[in-house]
Design a protein around this ligand. Sequence first.
Ligand code: SAM
Length: 287
Amino acid sequence: MSDAPTAAQSCPKPLSPGLYIVATPIGNLGDITLRAIEMLRACDAVACEDTRVTGRLLKHLGISRPLWRYDDHAEPRDRERLVESMRTRAVALVSDAGTPLVSDPGYRLVNAVRAEGLPVTVVPGPCAAIAGLAVSGLPNDRFLFAGFLPVRDKARTDMLAGLAGIEATLVFYETAPRLLKSLAAIAETMPYREVAVARELTKLHEECRRSLPAGLIAWYEAHPPKGEIVLLVGPPEDHGHEEVDADALLREALATLKPSQAAAQVARNTGIDRRELYARAMELQRE
Ligand code: SAM
């Protein structure tokens, strides 16, 4: 009995017209799915961010398809033309790496295709945010993906302060040159939260380091990071309140803030109930 052909070997069946959102590897080419190969082989054209990057992937797979450059900054007329083509053609959408639309182009295109009532099909696969969440071991029952942090210092700190109260693991995309600045902003806004840096996932130098922000700052100051990074901040309750010296934090905060403000700051940084902290702050002030 011969083995059933794999999707990569079989003759491609024609695809019905429409848009196919196809995830591609985030480093290790072995992570491409059988279905992704099948779709890329059978589609009429591939819409991609960078034709050189996608050209290399298709060459590796032994596939030759017309490549159309697309990103969400495309002129509306160009997008309309692309959508029109999907009335008669199957168009695969890929990004340079991972899942299209996740901090990558595609949102406007998918909306435009859906608005025309044309079929949209997803071919799921690698996504750095999900891979980072899995490898970090941080709580994953609730997580919030927040894309890239703003580049400007104040905007970055403001955004982190705004997210600090959310009871979920926070997931960010990060670049190596900005990692230390982001860790410093996390140390300022959430100093007692467990943080993970998941770097170069699925590649040769894959690593995941987990510590409080101050520990990661010390490590990466001594070992400047390279490559691609997912930065994760554990939820407020994850650090274990019993390990936090709330009195010490409150005393420090009370040196410059009113009890209500001190309680709010410590609550934001630790996840401990604000009313509980306020009552304790009043006691400390009376001592
Ligand atoms: N759409 C992609 C996905 O599904 O993961 C993400 C695209 S976004 C433009 C690129 C960012 O994803 C990088 O700056 C980095 O933060 C993260 N990333 C991509 N590949 C990665 C990898 N192998 N290891 C860690 N982070 C990665």
